[in-house]
Every structure is written in C-alpha cells, then in structure tokens.
Design a protein around this ligand. Sequence first.
Ligand code: SAM
Length: 397
Amino acid sequence: MIGVLLVDDDALFRKMLTIALGRHADIEVLSQCADGTEVPAAARRLQPDVVLMDLHMASASGVQATRDLLTAQPTARVIILTASPTKYAITEAADAGASGYLNKGGDLEKVASAIRMVASGGTTWPDGSSPPIIQRPHPHGGQHLIPADSEPHATHPPTSSSVQAADAPTPRRRRWRSMVGGLTHLRLPRYGPAARWYDVLTMERPIYRAGRVCGIGLLAVRPGMRVLDIGCGTGLNFPLLRAAVGDDGVVVGVDTSKSMLAVAARRIAQGRWSNVQILRGDAGALNHVVGSQLFDAAVFTYSLSVINDWESAWEAAVRQLRPDARVVVVDLALPSGWGRMFSPLARLACFTGGSDPRRAPWTRLRRDATEVSEAVLRSGHIHVAAGTVNPVRRGKA
Ligand SMILES: C[S@@+](CC[C@H](N)C(=O)[O-])C[C@H]1O[C@@H](n2cnc3c(N)ncnc32)[C@H](O)[C@@H]1O
C-alpha cells in the first residue's frame, strides 16, 4: 500500500483527488493539509510514501514547503501539482527537489500512475522527460538551477558543452565584462564606508528620484500590503513605501552592504517606522534571508543592474511573491535620441555606481508579468516597468 499525503489549499480539489485515488486499491490518502507549513509535522507523524504538493497556496509556497520537508526528511518523495504547466513552474518544482510534476488540469487518473512511479523511486516529468533545467556552477559554489528558456541557445537536455556554447562571450562582450569586472572592485568601497554620502553623491534629487517616484506610483501599493525592497541601499524608497503601506503594512529591505544598511537603519529610526525592517543578505539567496515570508509587492530600484547574479535575484524575489503580486523595476540605460549628448555623464554615473547599463533588467518583468506599464525618463537614461506577477502564470515563454 502506498501512503499519500495531500497538500492543497483548495478543499474541493483535495476532495476530488481523494475520491479519484480511493478507486485504487494500492493507494491510501493518509491525510490532507490545507497549508504548506503543516507538512513537515504531518510527514513526520504519518511517514507517507509520496507527498502531493500544490505549488502555489494562498498562505504558503509549495516550493518552500517542499524544501522544508526535504531538509527534515531527505528521503521523502514529493510530486508538485500546479495549474500552470509552464517551464518555469516545472523548474521551480525541480529546484525544490521534487521527484515530479503534474498538471492539476490534467487527467486525475494519471495521478495514480505518477504516484506509483515516484513511490518506486522513479520520477514523473511531462512526456517522461527530464526537467528542463540547466545546471550551472553558482558563483558562490554549489549548483544553481535556471530555466532552460532563459538560455537562448540551449533548447535540449543540457550538456556542459551546450552551456558553454550558450555562455561563450564574444570578444566585445568579453571586453565589456572585464570592464564591469574592474568596476566591481571600484564599487565595493562605494557601497562600503562611502555609503553615508550615497544620497548626496548620486544626484538623487535632480535625476534619480524621478525614477523611484514614478516606479512606486506605478506599483500601486495599497495600505496593508507587504512590500519587499531588493537592494534597498540606504532606504531612499522607504518614505514612499511606508506612506503607501500605512501603519498596517510591512516594508522589508534587503541588501548585502552593512554600510548602506546602517544609513537605512538611521532613516527608519528618524521616521519611527516600526513596520519597516532591514535584513542583510544576498538577493540571490533571498529565501535564506526572508525565510518563508510571502510578499504582495517587490521593488528593484537601480539594483538589478548592480547585483552580479541579477537573474537569480529576480527569480528568488518572484518566488517570494503571492499571487497577483505587483513588481516594479527601475533601472539605468544609456540615453537615446537627442539625450545621447549626455551619454558620457550617464556612463560616468553607471561607472561610479557599478551599474551595467546594457543589462535591461526590465525585460525580465516584461517576460514574467502581465498588465505591464512602462515609462522612460531622462531621455532614456531611466527605465521604469511595473506589472502584476502571478505565480501560477509567471515564467511564460
Ligand atoms: C545603486 S544601489 C541602489 C540602492 C537603492 N535601491 C536605491 O534605489 O537607491 C545598489 C544596491 O544594491 C546592493 N546590492 C548589490 N549586490 C547585492 C546583492 N547580491 N544582494 C542584495 N543587494 C545587493 C548594493 O549594496 C547597493 O546598496
């Protein structure tokens, strides 16, 4: 007999699945959980052979619940259920350590065969394939999994050579990378002890404030929302965000720089905002920084063009969002049109700030969000894009 633990916040779906599985003499639904946080305790108590886990639950993420479960019980076998059969959803399931993935909208009878397959030590991915992921060495060691569709040249099960081919830099890109690499060393002190002068030296008032005001306006934050500010720096967004979320909301700023956060802490103290918090850590490993907290909105102002592994930072932030979350990206490019005459100044600003103006991180938002609104300010030097990222739909091709 195969013991199954069913985890889904949709009571009707749990009931339907229990009835469907009840027709199979070799499968027994041991229990049901309506919330991912209940899973580790239930699994410890019931020792199920297979856990069927909804990917996106209202109160907890199935990915986080899977990670928590597999940390506590590495031998547990999890099949992720999701209503959104995107490559990104499958990648998320694999990334969390699941043994398979099933489309909630598919044939319920197929669930029984998937359970048998996984209980016997196999995996169950669409079309019997491996999950569409590419393993790439993480810059800080270990492995980092990314969706295959973010690699333009790797369309098939990745081999290390296909990954290298996709990544192989052109001479021009190599020159650019080495320049940016050089800037990395220059910018470290910038976000270090010089942080106390950041607000003054960055031309905040005459140039860059316009981007954050526009972006946070487009974000349409409502009172009571929980907002994540990634690479929050000295907390220049905090007054705007705190005003938007009011007394009942929460703002959480994350940054790697101790010196930048020290300025942010002073700003919070001056504002006497008990609901604005700062956490020190790498945006690429956000779940280690904020834990299983979920947010209604995320803000990236001038940070994605600076963060080395910015794609991981984007994916990590999206994973911490609730359904229908609002996200804004405000970042830098070189001016266009008549504004090109200011390019040397813009280049200097990017150089001193350590920003890569060719990155165009707002394209990630265009890819993953719906209801996207965009604005271009200061002759194309500042791009603003805001949209709704719905976890069950994100990662669309
Ligand atoms: C140009 S500043 C932008 C600060 C702020 N968002 C603003 O609008 O003024 C970039 C910030 O990203 C932070 N940062 C760089 N890499 C990071 C990472 N991996 N995780 C979190 N923050 C990072 C830097 O410490 C710096 O505070």
